[in-house]
Design a protein. Structure first.
Lengths: 441, 478
């Protein structure tokens, strides 16, 4: 049985508008996305897109920040900025009765930000403090180290927040210039869902895009990142760790690859469910880590498949070794017909929870537009997964997953781990130890 | 339904549904209550004491099936802390008719996702599933309630997993470690003294006999509430649950052995060093229980003080003075009086004492001068938005119903609270400030930066300064 819904796609002054009406709750969700993201941050100034997006929100229509925040609270509304590699979004939720006033604020944030220099300086100081606070988050440190090693010389090496070093390089003029470049009407996509009808949504879109200069932001000219040969071990050295974070990254796929869905199914067998090989071997059989996962994220360019476990410092070397052995076995022997059948059923049936609310359906439609995927990309998800054969899944593993070409990032106390990790993990080609508070992370 | 819920007339359609359930499995209808503007919750009780709350919502072909038990870490005793949480893990293991991993395997194959959590007052299990998977969900949930196997190997492996979870959520996590220390210092008599995840030596010391005794005592139908929200047919649901759970017999639940916490009459101060880049200030004021009349008022005041950027503490500390990067405040939602927690992360070289001086100043101000009507209205709008947003999914609705039913016995309390909030006055807020934000009833924790600070394996602290647990008293995922 299909859900009772229909996403409407239309355009307003050439800008795509995606709408799904639902009166289940008196709420309206709105997302204004621009198809330029952190991957287009100026060289050496990672974090620029994020600073610009947050600054626009903080200086909507030249209002002081506190006035904006108080207005949002009064309306019963939230408004946040989100920056991925491919897009920058301002998105919010508002109690339906306040939609009209919320639209004024949103239109000013999208079309009339003052980008006030005093607020810029304050935002920069706040961002610096947030990056420093991030040193308390071991998993985030592991992800930063992993990306940096996986994608040298590619924007995917950076996080959207940047580092202390790149943040310091961002000047007010950098942000103003970047805004002139990217804030263009033809690069926008709008998504609206909830207690709102089509005509209201169109009127809302008109107001939001009205003050945005016409034209298109420059498209990026990137290519897929290439993962270097060999096994690289990175240890993020942090004192007093009773536990480690182990992240392993290796080549993946992107949605336009013919074998993407096949690899997605195979990755699910390996680490996508509680019944997966990784979870069973690491957690259920050995009790080494509370969680054990493999994921295959997508973006406009090829992202890495990533494995994540977090064993104690005592079990970390054996756990890393086991993960690599399981990976080698996966590629060498492939998945079984039974595993394929299970993963396909699980993925197809659980898709119901990716589309169970109007907001989620709108969000998927927005994603497919941003990533330049076919309009029905997510509508046909179940069909694509159902069609994957055993041969395709195992061929995708052999073609895409190379256990001799990967990065292992471990957050832990180096003096207790380095020697044992190097002994346990075969064929490590390079080892790097980075202090957890390095300016490079 | 409780007397202060809005009880609706028993609709004839419901009577017809109930009449179709075979008599031996037919539950007693106990009433209906409105759940927001468009939904209704019905409550039934089976002969063995099992309570069922159901709420039909066919907006999507999915459902959420929750099982809530009135057992949490408050029912534990010293030396056996963490058993409620360990047991939650064991519930995903083998049963008489299901091999290792089969419970999850069957549900995942059906497209369902499972989860669970344990806290001070309850343990809760979630299955979110496509609507068509209801028969399987009922069968497997009843199976593990009737036939769970508790072998030496299962208990041993799961203890290792929990020990790892503890390292992850507490020992290596500043927030978890400070929260555990705060609670264990603020409470000396009451069971809220120990963390839900348990002290490490207790976790490692459990044996299968401990677990079997716990299972037999607390996992009984008369100690459980099933909550189902989503796309289902009422007659079918009532019959399936009646049939699958009927063989379970009610148990004699032990009388609770919780010691009330004596009033705190002087401030308790602590200082610890952790490998962290900036100092932190963590405060715990003795607060009201969830059912207390003033819980609503102090929750609204919490929004005025710490609910977003324009709130008083965030505005002063983060925006104007720029001496903090993060400020949070929460009012414990517990059956017995808990803590009002405030945590502040310093920026750069700012000390925790400097943060405390500003917090004290702002708290004194709300005691002396009423907050403004505009501040109150903004806080109420924020709370309304948060409440509505939490009800978007079937899981969100089931969580809200199960939580309030288990802790207060009133499933639709979320909307009652929203109504009560709308009636909150400036006088209520000042009274709440004067009642609860008292330094003499406060535990104060200063976290210093010490890259090489000494570490200790978490066990029950013998002195006020120790090192040990968690993200919210052990909200735990399987």
């Amino acid at each position: 049985m299909k859900p009772k819904h229909s996403v409407i796609r239309t355009t307003v002054r050439g800008v795509p508008l995606i709408l799904e009406t639902s009166h289940a709750l008196p709420l309206v969700n709105i997302a204004v996305a621009r198809v330029t993201g952190a991957a287009q941050d100026p060289e050496g100034k990672a974090g620029t897109s994020r600073i610009l997006s947050r600054l626009a929100r903080r200086t909507a229509g030249g209002r002081p920040l506190q006035v904006i925040e108080e207005s949002l609270d009064r309306l019963g509304a939230s408004l946040g900025s989100d920056v991925s590699y491919s897009a920058t979004s301002l998105s919010g939720t508002v109690i339906a009765r306040s939609l009209d006033k919320f639209a004024d604020l949103l239109a000013d944030a999208v079309g009339r930000p003052s980008l006030d220099i005093t607020e810029f300086e304050r935002l920069k100081r706040e961002t610096r403090a947030e990056i420093i606070d991030g040193l308390d988050n071991d998993r985030a440190l592991g992800h930063r180290a992993l990306r940096r090693a996986l994608y040298p010389n590619h924007p995917y090496a950076n996080t959207s927040a940047g580092t202390l070093k790149t943040l310091a390089a961002i000047e007010h003029q950098t942000v103003v210039d970047f805004d002139r470049l990217v804030r263009r009407r033809d690069s926008l996509v709008l998504g609206v869902s909830g207690s709102i009808e089509l005509e209201q949504a169109k009127a809302l879109a008109e107001r939001v895009i009205e003050a945005v200069p016409e034209g298109q932001a420059p498209k990026d000219t990137l290519t897929d990142p290439v993962i270097a040969e060999g096994r690289k071990l990175i240890i993020v050295d942090k004192p007093e760790r009773a536990q480690t974070q182990i992240l392993i990254g290796l080549s993946g796929t992107q949605p336009t690859d013919e074998d993407h869905t096949a690899l997605h199914v195979a990755a699910t067998v390996f680490g996508g469910t509680f019944s997966s090989r990784l979870m069973q071997e690491v957690r259920v059989n050995r009790g080494w880590s509370y969680g054990a996962y493999a994921s295959l994220p997508i973006d406009r360019y090829r992202q890495a498949m990533t494995l994540w476990t977090f064993p104690s410092k005592d079990d970390a070397p054996a756990c890393a070794k086991l993960e690599l052995e399981l990976l080698e076995k996966l590629v060498c022997d492939g998945i079984t017909p039974k595993e394929l059948n299970f993963a396909k059923k699980s993925l197809v049936r659980s898709h119901a929870f990716s589309v169970d609310t109007a907001a989620k359906r709108m969000s998927l439609a927005l994603d497919s537009t941003i990533l330049e995927l076919p309009e029905d990309y997510y509508d046909r998800y179940e069909e694509r997964v159902s069609a994957v054969t055993l041969e395709q899944a195992n061929a995708a593993l052999k073609a895409r997953v190379d256990p001799s070409r990967l990065v292992i990032a471990v957050v832990g106390t180096a003096k207790e781990l380095q020697e044992r990790l190097q002994e346990a993990i075969p064929s490590v080609t390079t080892v790097e130890v980075i202090p957890h508070d390095s300016e490079e992370l | 339904m409780p007397e202060n819920s809005t009880t609706l007339a028993k609709p004839s359609a419901l009577e017809r549904s109930l009449g179709k359930v075979p008599e031996e499995f037919r539950p007693v209808y106990e009433g209906s209550v409105a759940f927001g503007p468009s939904l209704t919750v019905e409550r039934f009780r089976y002969k063995n004491g099992l309570t069922l709350l159901c709420c039909e919502d066919d907006a999507a072909p999915v459902l959420s099936f929750h099982t809530w038990f009135k057992v949490g870490s408050r029912h534990e005793r010293p030396g056996k802390t963490g058993i409620a949480h360990l047991f939650e893990h064991l519930m995903f293991g083998e049963t008489e008719h299901l091999g290792p991993g089969e419970y999850d395997h069957q549900l995942e194959e059906a497209g369902a996702e499972t989860n669970a959590s344990t806290w001070l007052d309850f343990t809760q299990y979630t299955v979110n599933a496509p609507a068509g998977a209801l028969p399987l969900v009922v069968e497997l949930e009843a199976e593990r309630l009737r036939f769970l196997s508790l072998t030496e190997k299962q208990v041993s492996t799961e203890k290792d997993v929990v020990a790892n979870e503890r390292r992850y959520r507490v020992d290596d996590d500043i927030e978890g470690a400070t929260s555990e220390l705060l609670w264990s210092t603020a409470f000396r008599e009451h069971a809220y003294h120990w963390p839900t995840i348990g002290w490490m030596p207790d976790i490692l010391g459990f044996c299968p006999e401990d677990c079997t005794a716990f299972y037999k005592t607390y996992y009984a139908p008369n100690n459980a509430t099933i909550v189902v929200v989503g796309d289902f047919k009422l007659t079918d649901l009532l019959t399936r649950i009646g049939t699958a759970y009927a063989p379970l017999t009610a148990s004699e639940l032990p009388v609770e052995d919780v010691h009330p916490e004596p009033p705190q009459i002087e401030e308790r101060k602590l200082e610890i060093a952790k490998p962290t880049p900036t100092e932190k200030l963590v405060l715990g004021y003795r607060g009201p229980s969830l059912g207390d009349f003033d819980h609503v008022a102090i929750s609204v005041l919490g929004e005025v003080l710490c609910g977003g950027r324009p709130s008083r503490l965030v505005k002063r500390l983060v925006h104007e003075l720029e001496i903090a990067s993060d400020v949070r405040m929460s009012v414990g939602p517990f059956r017995d009086p808990g803590l009002i927690e405030i945590s502040v992360t310093a920026r750069d070289e700012t000390t925790a004492e400097a943060l405390l001086a500003v917090v004290d100043e702002e708290f004194e101000r709300v005691k002396q001068e009423p907050v403004t009507q505009d501040e109150l209205e903004r806080a109420l709008a924020r709370l309304e938005l948060g409440m509505l947003a939490s009800l978007e999914t079937v899981d969100g609705k089931a969580s809200t119903l199960g939580f309030y039913e288990t802790v207060l016995g009133r499933p639709a309390t979320a909307f009652e609270r929203l109504d009560a909030m709308q009636k909150t006055t400036l006088s209520d807020l000042r009274r709440a400030a004067r009642t609860f934000l008292r330094t003499s009833a406060r535990t104060t924790l200063f976290v210093r930066c010490a890259p090489e600070a000494e570490d200790s394996e978490a066990e029950e602290p013998e002195t006020e300064v120790s090192d040990a647990a968690p993200e919210a008293k052990g909200e735990v995922v399987q």
